[in-house]
Write a protein that binds this ligand. Structure first.
Ligand SMILES: [Zn+2]
Length: 407
C-alpha cells in the first residue's frame, strides 16, 4: 500500500495493489501504508505519449546533420530518419530505448505507444523495446512498422511476423503488442491486407502513419484511392480502435470518416513543425485525438505547450474552445481501452498509474507509480541508474553516428 500524501487539506491518494483505493484529504488515508511526501507537488494520472519512436532516443546526443540539408518531407526521411533506422542494431536500440523510457518516467509519462523500425535488426527488436519498459516499469504498446521501402514484400512480411511473434510470446504484464504499418506510401495492397488480418487474428489493432505529408496523399491517389485513409480502410487495414498518427493532410470529411471507423488520431505538434509538414487543421472534427511526440522526448507538458502555440497560430477552433486540453485525456482513454483498464480519473477503482509532479515549467516527477508499483521515488528511478543509462547511451550514440555516416 502506498500513500501519496499532499499534506493537510490537500487531495492525497491511497493505492492498494494495482488500484486507487482512496482519494481525499482525510488523515486516515495513510493507515498502514508507505508514505510518500507529495507536499508542494501536483498529484495526477500519469501522462500518455500515444505515438513515438524509441529508436530515435539517441538523436539528441549529437546525431550528425546530413551533408546536404533536406528541403522536402521525403528528403528529411531519406537523409535523416531512414538512415538512422537502418543503422540501428540491438545494442544501440537497447541504449536508446532505456534512455527514452527513463526520461519519460522522470517527466511523469507512464504509458508509451511505440512505433518501431530497424531494417537491419527486425527479428527480436520488439523484445529489446519491451525489456526496457519492463525493466524500468513503464506501460507500453509496441509494434514493428512493416514497410517495403528497403527490401520489398519480404521486408514487410518480416516486420509483420515480428509483430505476430512478439504478441504470441510476450508475457510482460505492462507491455502489449499492436501491428505496425509504416505508412500507405511505402506498402503494397497485400501488406495492408495482411496487417489488418494479423491484427484481427491477434485481437489487437494497427498503428500507422497516415497523411503526415502531401506525398502520402499523392501516392494513394496514384493508386486509385481518394487518399491514404480511404485506401487503408478499403483494404481492411485498420480494425476499429487502430491508431492513426498525424492526419495532417486529411480534410474534415476524412477526419469524420476516421472517427466513424472507430479509430484514434494522434497529433504530434513538435514533429509536424520540425518536419515542416503543416498543421493538422481538421482534427477538431474527431472526438478521439490523443497527443504524441513522434520520437521527441516524452515530456507531454512541453508537447502540450507546443500544441497550444501552433494551434493558436493556425487558427484551430479548438484553441479557443478548450478542446486542446482533451488531447492528454484522450491518450489515457486510448491506452485504457486497449489495456482494459481505467487510467483516469484520479478516483477509487482506477488503475494506479499516478504521478506527483514538481510544480513549475519543467515536467519533473517526484514520484511515479505504474500499476501500483513505485518506479520513480524522490526524482530517481527505482529500477535503474540514470547516470549508467546515460553513459551507455553516449557510448552507443558514438557507434551509431559512425555507422550512419557509412549509409
Ligand atoms: Zn511517427
Amino acid at each position: 500500500m502506498l500513500w501519496l500524501d499532499a499534506g493537510a487539506g490537500r487531495t492525497s491518494v491511497r493505492i492498494d495493489g494495482e488500484r486507487i483505493a482512496a482519494v481525499g484529504a482525510g488523515a486516515d488515508l495513510g493507515a498502514g501504508a508507505r508514505r510518500l511526501d507529495c507536499a508542494g507537488a501536483t498529484i495526477e494520472p500519469g501522462a500518455v505519449n500515444a505515438h513515438t519512436h524509441l529508436y530515435s532516443g539517441l538523436a539528441p546526443l549529437g546525431m550528425p546533420a546530413p551533408d546536404v540539408a533536406p528541403q522536402t518531407f521525403l528528403q528529411i526521411l531519406e537523409r535523416v530518419w531512414w538512415r538512422l533506422d537502418r543503422a540501428i542494431d540491438a545494442a544501440a536500440l537497447r541504449a536508446s530505448a532505456r534512455l527514452y523510457v527513463a526520461e519519460a518516467l522522470l517527466a511523469g509519462t507512464t504509458s508509451l505507444c511505440d512505433h518501431h523500425e530497424s531494417p537491419a535488426f527486425i527479428e527480436g527488436s520488439l523484445d529489446v523495446l519491451a525489456d526496457a519498459a519492463d525493466e524500468l516499469g513503464a506501460r507500453m504498446f509496441v509494434c514493428y512498422g512493416a514497410t517495403e521501402r528497403n527490401g520489398g514484400l519480404d521486408e514487410a512480411r518480416r516486420g509483420l511476423a515480428e509483430c505476430g511473434r512478439f504478441a504470441r510470446d510476450n508475457r510482460r504484464s505492462r507491455v502489449r503488442a499492436m501491428v505496425g504499418l509504416h505508412a500507405s506510401f511505402t506498402v503494397s495492397d497485400a501488406t495492408i491486407r495482411e496487417a489488418g488480418a494479423l491484427a484481427r487474428e491477434l485481437g489487437t489493432v494497427v498503428h500507422a502513419h497516415v497523411a503526415e505529408a502531401p506525398e502520402d496523399v499523392e501516392d494513394a491517389k496514384r493508386r486509385g484511392h481518394a487518399g491514404p485513409i480511404e485506401r487503408l480502410l478499403a483494404l481492411e487495414g485498420l480494425p476499429r480502435g487502430s491508431v492513426v498518427a498525424h492526419g495532417v493532410h486529411l480534410d474534415v470529411a476524412e477526419v469524420r470518416r476516421v472517427d466513424a471507423a472507430g479509430l484514434w488520431l494522434v497529433q504530434n505538434p513538435r514533429s509536424n513543425e520540425g518536419n515542416r509538414v503543416g498543421y493538422p487543421a481538421s482534427l477538431h472534427a474527431s472526438a478521439h485525438v490523443a497527443l504524441g511526440t513522434d520520437g521527441w522526448a516524452a515530456d507531454m507538458a512541453e508537447e502540450e505547450r507546443a500544441l497550444v502555440r501552433l494551434a493558436t497560430a493556425a487558427g484551430d477552433p479548438e484553441a479557443s474552445t478548450g478542446g486542446l486540453a482533451r488531447r492528454l485525456a484522450d491518450g489515457r482513454r486510448l491506452v485504457g481501452e486497449r489495456a482494459g483498464i481505467a487510467l483516469a480519473p484520479l478516483a477509487v477503482g482506477s488503475t494506479a498509474d499516478v504521478v506527483a509532479l514538481e510544480r513549475g515549467p519543467s515536467s519533473r516527477a517526484r514520484h511515479v507509480v505504474v500499476d501500483g508499483e513505485l518506479v520513480v521515488e524522490g526524482g530517481r528511478l527505482v529500477h535503474g541508474d540514470l547516470e549508467a543509462i546515460r553513459g551507455e547511451a553516449r557510448e552507443q550514440a558514438a557507434r551509431l553516428w559512425a555507422r550512419m555516416r557509412g549509409i
